[in-house]
Design a binder for this molecule. Sequence first.
Ligand code: PEP
Ligand code: MG
Length: 545
Amino acid sequence: MDLSRYQPGPPEQELARLADAVGGAAGELRALASRMRAVVGEEEAAVVEAHLELLRDPALLDPVRDAVADGEPAAPAWQRQVTGLNEQLAALSDAYQRDRARDVTEVGGRVLRRLVDQGEDARPDGAGDSTGGEPAVLVLDDLDVGTAATLDGAGVAGVVTLRGGATGHGVLVARARGFPVITGAGQDADVPDGTLLAVDARRQQLHVGPDEPTWRRLAELRESRRQRREQALAAAREPGRTADGVRVAVEANLGTVAEAGPAVAAGADGCGLLRTEVLFAGWRQTPTVAEQVQQLTVVAEALQGRPLTVRTWDVGGDKPLPFLPVPVAANPFLGVRGLRVFREAPGPLVDQLEAVCRVAARYPVRVLVPMVTTRAEVEWTLARLDEAAGRLPGGRPDGLEVGVMLEVPGAALRVAELSAGLDFVSIGSNDLTQYLLAAERGNPALAELADHADPAVLRLVRTVCQEVPDPVQVALCGDAASDPALAALLVGLGVRELSATAATVPDVKAVLRRSALPELEALARRAGQAGSAAEVRQLLEPLRD
Ligand code: PEP
Ligand code: MG
């Protein structure tokens, strides 16, 4: 931000100005958090709460206050501190910390705008009005949460970021609000105001200044997608099955209580993955067994008799939990995360398993364990489950099903020994892809490489489906299941249970309804022999609209 017109006063006035700007920004964030809670959901509101925490962080504030007290004007002192912290975080190898750099930039910008007296008006919030009522495409360097949460639904036709990965918090919020988003479009998208742009977010394609025939083709595509979506929504409550009647459960991934009702309305046949580390992300203290039972019960009730798959704490990697700290590691994704966190101190895991058992005594519940690598870990987990169930008068509830996630390639390769005696396995295609291709999942520089449509990933999914012992069921709950065409291909590979984001459940069911299993199997064979993810995507084109 240009500070050349900033008029500094004496130190005490600058200190007061700094306090006002920080207090004002905190007020904006509190209002934003409550708006997010009402409009988007608890998880996204928690991101804004994290920004508020940053504003209370002495590591950010104290050096600025000291510099201002020593005579430096508030605005440049603040800008210097924010830039320094941002650079430190951006240089770290951990994707989660790099995302925090974006948070620091956002919070820093909010305070700086107030310092130079522009307040909220300088934000691109509500953009789209500039064209006199015509919806506009918003092009930004990166999309922060505040902007994403306040995008004007009528005015913004789509959002394009020049840089920034596909998994930034702002991008997730905008997508959850239903805006088409293209990320990392690069300098091609850095166009003057008023340039005609067309956004095909499903294919991540941006058309700059499309000619008349392209424009017409895209308009037709949009109309046909609108009609398809309407049909998909109308039929979403029918059970998932292929055109030739093969039953495929299409469930929803959940992270918050608020998502459960809409997931059922979108036709989810249950919840195939409840990320408990997200459900309790805002908690400072470990929730007690009773508190966990209470939260899980609310989700189970909302599912109205449909199965609820509760995943045990998947902490570590890019998912910190304040009440379950994990050791710092050079490669957190390859370190102590998921089940591994509890080897030395299993208490919190056993408590969680007890809560799951208590809920399973009254509702259809399955328990799912993340980051399992060996059979010994499976045995160890089953022993912890027995220990937890022993605390209930009736012992382990009859209906409780037990499964493990297949995210580690070694675990997937030995699925036969690993899963014997279990009820199900659930392929975590997000982590499986990053580990199989050695390409970190949140790293924008590796986005092309870390593609879950890579033929190597598909071959491993096929191996799992072929080698899993009877009667263990194979589910898939990674993001691959949220791409309707790819989800259908997974059915061709042998997967019979998919868990997707709630919004895509109707589309996944719709693609399955118009595809017969032998066609999907043939498609899957060709995809397994393809040379690249791009070739696989080419094969999927006929399944798309
Ligand atoms: C996965 O790894 O595919 C998965 C579903 O787990 P998460 O995305 O929570 O790591
Ligand atoms: Mg995972």
